[in-house]
Structure formats: C-alpha cells, structure tokens
Ligand binder design. Sequence first.
Ligand SMILES: Cc1cc2nc3c(=O)[nH]c(=O)nc-3n(C[C@H](O)[C@H](O)[C@H](O)COP(=O)(O)O)c2cc1C
Length: 223
Amino acid sequence: MDVSTAVDQRISTRAFLPDALSEAEVRDWLNKAQRAPSGGNVQPWRTIAVTGKALEDVIALGGQVLGADPRGQKTDRPIYPKDLWEPYEARRRRVGEMMYETLGIPREDRPARLAWFANNFRFFGAPLALFIVIDERMGHGQWGHTGMYLQTLALLAEERGWGTCMQECWGMMRPALKEHFKLAPTEMIWCGMAVGKPDKSHPVNTLRAERASLEEMAELHGF
Ligand SMILES: Cc1cc2nc3c(=O)[nH]c(=O)nc-3n(C[C@H](O)[C@H](O)[C@H](O)COP(=O)(O)O)c2cc1C
C-alpha cells in the first residue's frame, strides 16, 4: 500500500470485528511505529497495549467510573478549549451531526446519542486498545510530537488491514487509569486508540468526515 492510499483511506473506525490480533503482529506494528519523528528525538510517548482480560478490566473500570459520574473525572486538561470558537466549533458539530445521521439517530434522541457515545468506552468492540502515556511535565511541543506517533500508528495499521480510532475521551478518567496502570507520579494518559479489523458492514464505518478546502487552510507564497 502506498502512503497516499493509506492517508486517504484511513478513517476513524467505530465498529470492529472481534478477531484477535496476535502478540507478534502487535509487537511488529509497535516496533515500526517507533520510527515516528519527534523534536530532538525525545520520543515523549509510551504505549500500553491491552487485549483479552486486560481489555475487559479497563472496560469494567470505565463502567465504574463513568457510571458514578457520566461527566467523568476532573481534569485540568479538557479535550477542547473552553467556548471553542469558529470555525472550529462548527467543524466539531458538523462531524457529530454527520455521524449521527449515518447511524440514523435523530438530534432529539439524546438517550440514543449518549448510548452510542458510551461505545467509546468499550473501544467500539475492538479486540485491542492502546493507551498513549505522556509525562505531565512535557509541553505543547511534545504533545504535538506524540500526535506524529498516533498518525504513524494509524497509517501502519491501514497497511495491515486494521482500522483505528484515536480516543481522547479516555482523558475523562485520567486519574482512574493512572492508578489502574500504576503510572509513574508524573505520567498521565493522553489518549486511547481502538484497534482491530474494521466491521465493513456497519454503517458508522461509511462516514467520511469532511475537510476544509486548501484555500481555507493554506497560503502559498513565491510560486
Ligand atoms: C487525538 C484524537 C482523539 C480523538 N478522540 C476521539 C474520541 O474520543 N472518540 C471518537 O469517536 N473519535 C475521536 N477522534 C476521531 C475524530 O473525531 C476524527 O479523527 C475526525 O472527526 C475526523 O474523522 P476521520 O478520522 O474519520 O477522518 C479523535 C481523533 C484524534 C486525532
């Protein structure tokens, strides 16, 4: 698979087949992703991969924490800045609307929307999950570099016929995950990732999120 195809066909996969991925396959994938670049070659990420019973345990933990308070645990690093402004807020809303439309869930059916959102905390049925760990002392640069790592993982997954969904929603239970995985005092979970073979028959996986045009996004000088 060439890089253009991998970039173009990657989507956030939100329904998976249960087929397990072997330890050897997962090790090979994670090893290759280590080639992701980072400023100063700091490689400010660490990955925790969970499958089988370890995956079930995290799902159960999610049930406990979010069952107690669906707003999640307090965090000083919210997923979006407060009062997200335009054009960003419109883009965020638009992809949400598109997703619920694809699923046939109307805007006013809030319980059905919440029930769908809860699938996040079952990794959408994926047989493998990653948790990306970063040191709390790292700055915005290193968070960005960790994004390089996430995309490298996602593209290498495409090559293997796997789908991925990056999941910052797991930040809603950072303290519980920190304890669960016995992270070092300065470490935190930044993001999760659901991984597995995509369920191609599920409508949610037909969603192709829009992108802003090149005119909106880029300036070209001196050509
Ligand atoms: C770092 C990161 C975190 C994300 N977290 C979530 C999440 O928690 N749940 C979810 O359903 N999608 C999540 N997404 C997926 C985005 O909504 C998605 O990438 C965006 O709408 C564009 O769609 P596409 O990935 O299908 O191209 C996340 C994406 C990124 C890059």
